[in-house]
Design a protein around this ligand. Structure first.
Ligand SMILES: NC(=O)C1=CN([C@@H]2O[C@H](COP(=O)(O)OP(=O)(O)OC[C@H]3O[C@@H](n4cnc5c(N)ncnc54)[C@H](O)[C@@H]3O)[C@@H](O)[C@H]2O)C=CC1
Ligand SMILES: O=C(O)[C@@H]1CCC=N1
Length: 266
């Protein structure tokens, strides 16, 4: 389904890191023509500059974005949602609202939007920009059957659409949405280690990044238990097990779990 063919226009209220990642992904996957995307942000000048990069249309107000769109991507910070919606909620009744704000879910929108508005909460991650992302999507939503199909097809072109019960959205969103930052730190650390031992930085990052992608892909392809994947790399008396022992000594898995806990108990 190409949005151009069904005449679907997308509007972004907020055009920061995440909205740009999604727009970039949709254009790259040739799901939509840039001319069918409208955007607005807090600072019109900056928004215009960013819009130019993708060939999309920048507007000064969210009202203009809504008037020129069928589906609205709500992409401001979670604490701004309520103030942003209040003056425009009547205009959203005939649209489909897709929220990507972490921590703002179905019941919150039922209070903020006009009753009957079609809306869904979904937490994406930055790899959506290259079609390898995730949309952690709330099972409870008010889209009709056809809109759910469109949602899955359009956003599924940017990666995995994973349907999640409301009570587990937070932890799912943390693993999918926050952990790219932790994985980037791991990538950086492997890069530093490579440089320390004589690799160029570019080479070290390339090796580490391909290794991370390959390991994730191998899991998805085979579904082997991660411990088995680890064991398959550790030959008796070999080199890998020495690093495993060092990571265990420094509580590698414990600090990862603690990092996730610190987000979840915020
Ligand atoms: N960055 C990420 O990896 C992820 C972000 N999210 C969610 O995406 C949303 C946006 O996050 P980012 O793009 O990272 O933030 P950001 O700070 O890069 O972008 C926020 C955008 O909102 C705009 N904005 C602020 N006030 C506005 C207003 N009154 N009207 C219109 N636009 C306004 C800003 O100008 C900016 O373009 C957040 O709710 C966040 O929870 C969700 C998952 C991952
Ligand atoms: O931390 C943040 O602001 C966003 C929410 C989910 C991922 N990043």
């Amino acid at each position: 389904m190409i949005l151009k063919e069904i005449g679907m226009r997308i509007g972004c209220i907020g055009f920061g890191n995440m909205a740009q990642a999604i727009v970039q992904g949709l254009i790259k996957q040739e799901k939509i023509d840039p001319s069918m995307i409208s955007v607005c942000a807090a600072h019109y000048d900056r928004c215009q500059q960013n819009a130019k990069k993708y060939g999309v249309q920048a507007y000064e107000s969210s009202l203009e974005v809504i008037q020129n769109s069928d589906w609205i991507l709500l992409a401001v910070k979670p604490y701004q949602i309520s103030a942003v919606l209040e003056p425009i909620k009547e205009e959203l009744v005939s649209k489909v609202v897709v929220s990507i704000a972490a921590g703002v879910y179905f019941e919150d929108y039922e209070k903020m939007l006009v009753s009957g508005t079609h809306h869904i909460s979904s937490i994406p991650n930055t790899p959506v920009m290259i079609g390898k992302g995730i949309f952690v999507s709330e099972s409870k939503n008010s889209l009709d059957e056809n809109e759910v199909k469109v949602f899955e097809e359009v956003f599924g072109s940017l990666g995995l659409v994973e349907w999640i019960e409301t009570s587990h959205l937070s932890i799912a969103g943390t693993i999918a949405g926050c952990a790219p930052a932790y994985t980037a730190m791991y990538l950086e650390a492997l890069g530093d280690a490579g440089v320390k031992h004589g690799l160029t930085r570019a080479q070290a990052y390339r090796l580490a990044a391909q290794m991370i992608e390959g390991t994730g892909s191998l899991y998805l392809a085979q579904g082997q238990h991660p411990a088995q994947m680890k064991d398959a790399v550790c030959s008796p008396g070999g080199t890998t097990i020495k690093g495993v022992a060092s990571l265990e000594k420094n509580a590698f898995r414990g600090i990862v779990i603690e990092a996730i806990d610190s987000v979840e108990t915020d």
